[in-house]
Design a protein around this ligand. Sequence first.
Ligand code: AMP
Length: 367
Amino acid sequence: MQLYDKHFRPYLTEDQVMAAVKKVADAVAEDYKDETPIFVGVLNGSFMFVADFLKVYQHPCEVSFVKMSSYEGLTSTGIVETLLDVSEDIEEKSVIILEDIVDTGRTLKELIHMFSNINIKEFKIATLFYKSEIYTGEYTIDYFGMEIPDKFIVGYGLDYKELGRNLRSIYQLNEPHMINLVLFGKPGAGKGTQAEFLKEKYNLKHISTGDLFRYNMKNDTELGQLAKSYIDKGDLVPDEVTIKMLEDAVDKSPDASGFIFDGFPRTTAQAEALDTFLESKGMKIDATIALEANDEILIQRLLERGKVSGRTDDQDENKIRNRFDEYNQKTAPLKDFYENQDKFHSVNGIGAIDEITQRLAKVIEEL
Ligand code: AMP
């Protein structure tokens, strides 16, 4: 379901909504059936809730409305506007606010303030939906129909830019899905080259552990000095150093819509650490895509690259062969690791650069 530029998916059925309405109405009735409370609906969002609440609440009561709003589009603006005051004589009555949703509690704070100046018997808050995770108000919510996570919802009175109020059930905003990819393959397979294209195409953050090490070596940092001795020989840098560096790099981009991991993981320990780390952040690897090419082609590519890149590990065939040995021993087993997770994809890494990009894009788009 689409409203303007946003897509929403079904979240609560009409029956689930009605069960939540009934839960609030029954709880309030239990406490107030022997008096005549005044229910104050908070417009615009609560009109459906108030109507259905009253159909369930079959005891003496009065009804009024206030109009308030703190949302513009998807986010709470923090500015709560009071557009209409209660007009009825409410002194000496129990006032029960009927809210469609309580999230940060800003609208509530304004309401509580509004009623604190009026001499009333009792003041209670009843809300259909309650985002308890983000509620920061001091006032304890007296009645709620259902606790919901901090996701934007529309329908049953709630809107996105004024649309969606007439939907009978509740829909939740479809957050753009994060894509996290591992580019896999031997040195020279084209991981870095392809990552440059893919990061633009899919708006991803590219993290190359090789580039990070080279940056640190160039700036002669402690990490760079430590890594240099390994990299110069074509050996892998120890896991604990590499894993920590990778985690720091991910943490530096909390708003990324996904990552391309290039040159990481290169050992089973790194792959396991990556899974644990991503899981702790509610993230996961979606696919590991291997760029396949044979050793002789790769050696030629690396020696050519060594002439322009200045990378000493690309200029010596013995070092290159050592890097391949390291790959075969330590990195190749990751194929099984990702195959077991059903995430391994293989792409022919030989051909024109844009052809290879298209092969990778095909895999990504089918995910
Ligand atoms: P690359 O640019 O990916 O070919 O990496 C160059 C060198 O950096 C490798 O030969 C390793 O010495 C080191 N390196 C890069 N990534 C890793 C990693 N994930 N684990 C261990 N060493 C790495």
